[in-house]
Design a protein around this ligand. Structure first.
Ligand SMILES: [Zn+2]
Length: 477
């Protein structure tokens, strides 16, 4: 297998030179999205939206397996509803966009464009739940939310973004952790994103939650990206919104509530975890196009026919396949184009390949080029997809593990967060989080669920007092 070393792409800034510019170049060149006329908003273009649809499909089926059902709630929330849970209001107030006028009339009550929908779900749950037999209620909605952000980056932080928000009510607590683990399964197995799962500190948790759990992925510049969250509200919202039910003993009790979500941010995570100097590298499970067929010397007898036959067979077999029969551009341009777009496998079919009964295969993850017999190609291609999926995950995991450093003092922490994550013992006090933020611009990410075997120090990395938890610290998006 010969490595294809030729550099086709010259219009992408190298990652090592300017990672941020590399990201901007990649999303622009691949036409994933564009800037909207409203500042801070983005337009997701077909290729970007197709990735989102893949994420949705994989997530949605899993949510439904656990008993969640999809619903749709309005995007406008009356101010009075939003004000009922004090901590929640305080957390979101600076980011809420308001509707104050309808047509020519000024509204009696302002309406919030939903920043998230706990308040309106709670309002309805309080009407719908009567007895323990109604529980659990597990609803999810795919929608957009709006948060008036000051600094924005496409996919990573935009004022309006797409997400799903699951809202569930239960007779008992403890289910929020499980949701995080479910989301993790998709992140790792579908998006090939290795993530650390754990609990957020009180400082970093969701406004109004008793506990927030997150999954944290490491981008190629060493920064953390929070790639999904779930929240355990206990009975906080149930008390504020009066969501009571009659329990088995015939007494009134408050429900326990959770919420969980992932957003189009995951697309940013895929780009920044897997991308390289040639552009995107998409894991096969999330790639809108898994394999592209390129005719070589298409005018020669039999080439187009063979390509069309192969296209039909692979499509029939369930691959997301595209036949690039453009005759307006050169094969070199097409190589460049599909590599840029991160298509996992390219199949080249030319007269010589056909003579030998093979196709020439190029895999985007390792840049290897080799031939495979046309006979039995489907099975080989399926194996190849599995292997690419696994390779991308393992590459990302090796990168992350190498840059996750166990630290024992502030000097080591400072060095670690220049390149990646610092794993430190922490006393649990916000003062230490604040100091680390102030000094190194690194924030606490999460406390891993599995704290056992992590007792590498007795004292807090910052203040030297008795440590309570292992905490990851990193610079973050
Ligand atoms: Zn401390």
């Amino acid at each position: 297998m010969a490595k294809d070393k030729q550099e086709f792409v010259t219009h992408i800034t190298p990652r090592s030179e300017d990672f941020s510019q590399w990201y901007t170049d990649v999303i622009k060149q691949t036409e994933l999205c564009d800037y909207a006329p409203v500042r801070g908003c983005m337009i997701i273009r077909p290729y970007g939206y197709a990735i989102w649809e893949r994420i949705q499909a994989e997530m949605d089926v899993r949510f439904k397996e656990t008993g969640a059902q999809n619903v749709y709630f309005p995007m406008l929330i009356p101010e009075s509803l939003l004000m009922k849970e004090a901590e929640h209001v305080e957390g979101f107030a600076p980011e809420v966009a308001w509707v104050t006028q309808g047509g020519t009339e000024k509204l009696q009550e302002r309406l919030a464009v939903r920043p998230t929908s706990e308040t309106i779900f709670c309002t309805m749950y309080s009407k719908w739940v009567q007895t323990w037999r109604d529980l659990p209620m597990m609803y999810n909605q795919w929608c957009s939310v709006m948060r008036w952000e000051k600094a924005t980056r496409p996919f990573l932080r935009t004022s309006e973004f797409l997400w799903q928000e699951g809202h569930t009510i239960h007779a008992t607590a403890e289910e929020a952790e499980e949701e995080t683990l479910r989301i993790r399964e998709v992140a790792e197995n579908v998006l090939a994103l290795p993530v650390y799962v754990g609990q957020k500190s009180d400082k970093e948790k969701f406004a109004g939650a008793r506990a927030t759990y997150s999954m944290e992925a490491m981008m190629q510049d060493g920064k953390a990206l929070q790639a999904g969250t779930s929240h355990n509200f206990g009975t906080n919202f149930a008390e504020a919104y009066n969501i009571q039910y009659q329990n088995k003993e015939g007494k009134l009790a408050y429900v326990h509530e959770t919420s969980w979500g992932v957003s189009t941010r995951l697309i940013g995570a895929i780009i920044m975890t897997h991308g390289d100097e040639r552009g995107l590298r998409l894991p096969p499970k999330v790639a809108p196009i898994q394999t592209v067929i390129l005719p070589i010397a298409a005018h020669k007898g039999g080439v187009m026919e063979a390509c069309e036959k192969l296209y039909g067979e692979l499509k029939q077999a369930g691959f997301r396949v595209k036949l690039d029969d453009r005759d307006t551009v050169s094969p070199g341009f097409k190589f460049n184009d599909w590599e840029l777009k991160g298509v996992p496998v390219r199949l080249e079919v030319g007269p010589r390949d056909l003579e030998n009964g093979v196709v020439t295969v190029f895999r985007r993850d390792t840049l290897e080029k080799f031939t495979l017999p046309l006979e039995g190609l489907q099975e080989k291609l399926a194996d190849l997809m599995e292997d690419i999926q696994k390779t991308l995950f393992e590459q990302a995991k090796a990168f992350r593990d190498e840059r996750t450093v166990t630290v024992h003092n502030m000097e080591e922490l400072e060095a670690a967060v220049q390149n990646g994550f610092a794993k430190a013992m922490w006393c649990g006090e916000q003062a230490c989080e604040d100091e680390i933020k102030e000094k190194f611009n690194a924030s606490s990410r999460n406390m891993p669920f599995d704290q056992e075997g992590n007792t590498f120090g007795e004292t807090c990395v910052c203040c030297g007092k008795k440590a309570k938890k292992v905490m990851y610290f990193a610079k973050a998006y």
